[in-house]
Design a protein around this ligand. Structure first.
Ligand code: FES
Ligand code: FES
Length: 171
């Protein structure tokens, strides 16, 4: 199939890539660049596991054509840490026990990163809204919401953390 050259800045590194017209952004980051943190769950825009930032906004990489992203800046989960130093949000997920199998975690982190950029101290309602497109089959969501809500504070400053783990926190 014919290929077309595009330029993407991914995690602050610029790449020129020859892509097929029907390649998705998810295929490009996973298969062309071996950035396999972004997950393919449904491949249909439902689960949110493929979420990346496109020019700062969370998008479903499985539904975004690589051609549409030409010239854009993309952040994947691999771009959140500073070398070996996790972002405060990533550390908060660990501190709050918000990761079980981890399959949803990259998409959750990306959606939450976009929220925290706009709202550094979100309330639970704002967190639930920002994560409403990210499905988790393991955690019951409460610890994930704790982690995002308290990402700017250490776990010791979070008296409500590690409480009941039910699904009631996810709209
Ligand atoms: S893999 Fe993209 S939304 Fe599920
Ligand atoms: S931790 Fe397993 S899907 Fe969320």
């Amino acid at each position: 199939m014919q290929t077309i050259d595009i330029t993407l800045t991914i995690n602050e590194q610029t790449h020129t890539l020859a892509v097929k017209p029907n390649d998705t952004l998810l295929e490009v980051v996973r298969d062309y660049l071996d950035l396999t943190g972004s997950k393919e769950g449904c491949g249909q825009g439902v689960c949110g596991s493929c979420t990346v930032l496109l020019d700062g906004h969370p998008v479903r990489a499985c539904l975004t054509l690589a051609l549409e992203a030409d010239g854009s800046a993309v952040t994947t989960v691999e771009g959140l840490a500073d070398g070996d130093i996790l972002s405060p949000l990533q550390q908060s997920f660990i501190d709050h026990g918000a990761v079980q199998c981890g399959f949803c975690t990259p998409g959750m982190l990306i959606s939450a990163t976009a929220l925290l950029k706009e709202q550094p101290h979100p309330d639970r309602k704002a967190v639930r809204k920002a994560l409403s497109g990210n499905i988790c089959r393991c955690t019951g969501y409460a610890k994930i919401v704790d982690a995002v809500e308290h990402a700017a504070r250490p776990a010791s400053g979070c008296p409500d953390c590690h409480t009941k783990d039910t699904g009631e926190d996810h709209d």
